[in-house]
Design a binder for this molecule. Structure first.
Ligand SMILES: C[S@@+](CC[C@H](N)C(=O)[O-])C[C@H]1O[C@@H](n2cnc3c(N)ncnc32)[C@H](O)[C@@H]1O
Length: 207
């Protein structure tokens, strides 16, 4: 998040927001640039209730109850259109959300639809559950199997494929704790992290 703000991005769509915590995305971003605008999106009505209480009375911040599997609905929604200028670079955050999207629901197509709406210089910031590092991920899949949203862990090539059309920034798709940690993390942190993380910039000629 800090990285994209340092690159000059001032607008963010944070999809799969989760229940507001402290600091929230806009609070982290505004430590560096007070004019950052954030559209939060989540499909959980409980998240919506918390978000409406805690986020939406802040100028430049909005919340939309919507599903990442319907990217066009998100992109066209008045809340997003009011906050986000699609002629200026945007950061799309998909943090710990696409592993709730089944292969047959086309997570790559979801990202592509978002990407195609963004001007050059926009960023994709993504984290995704994986079983590549240790058993924790696999165990979590079992837990989620009985829940409303099932968990679909992906390996590194599958996560990298989600960045189609983006140039991956160094160090690429890596264990999330290893993506330019601030402050640096050690092996103890790695042993708890069952996610890949990566960031890409859209350098395409689109728009
Ligand atoms: C594990 S939390 C991640 C929260 C935050 N992004 C983070 O990284 O800490 C996943 C969030 O994604 C939301 N979510 C799951 N499936 C979704 C979908 N299909 N569309 C939108 N949000 C979804 C859940 O409601 C939950 O709030």
């Amino acid at each position: 998040m800090r990285h994209v703000v340092r690159q000059g991005v001032r607008q963010v769509i944070d999809i799969g927001t989760g229940i507001p915590t402290s600091p929230n995305t806009h609070e982290v971003a505004r430590q560096l640039a007070p004019d950052v605008r954030v559209a939060y999106v989540d499909n959980d009505p409980i998240v919506a209730t918390h978000a409406e209480a805690r986020l939406t009375n802040t100028p430049g911040v909005g919340f939309l109850l919507a599903d990442v599997r319907q990217p066009r609905h998100i992109l066209d929604h008045p809340t997003v259109r009011k906050l986000i200028d699609f002629d200026q670079p945007v950061a799309v955050l998909l943090l710990a959300v696409l592993h709730f999207v089944k292969h047959e629901e086309d997570p790559a197509g979801v990202v592509a639809a978002l990407r195609d709406a963004l001007p050059a210089g926009s960023f994709l910031v993504l984290s995704h559950g994986t079983g590549d590092f240790h058993r924790a991920g696999g165990d979590a899949s079992e837990v989620y199997r009985a829940a409303t949203a099932s968990l679909h862990l992906r390996d590194r090539p599958a996560v990298e494929a989600l960045f189609a059309g983006f140039d991956l920034l160094e160090p690429g798709v890596v264990q999330a704790s290893r993506w330019r940690p601030e402050p640096p993390t050690g092996e103890a942190e790695d042993s708890r992290v069952a996610f890949y993380g990566g960031m890409g910039v859209n350098v395409g000629v689109k728009r």
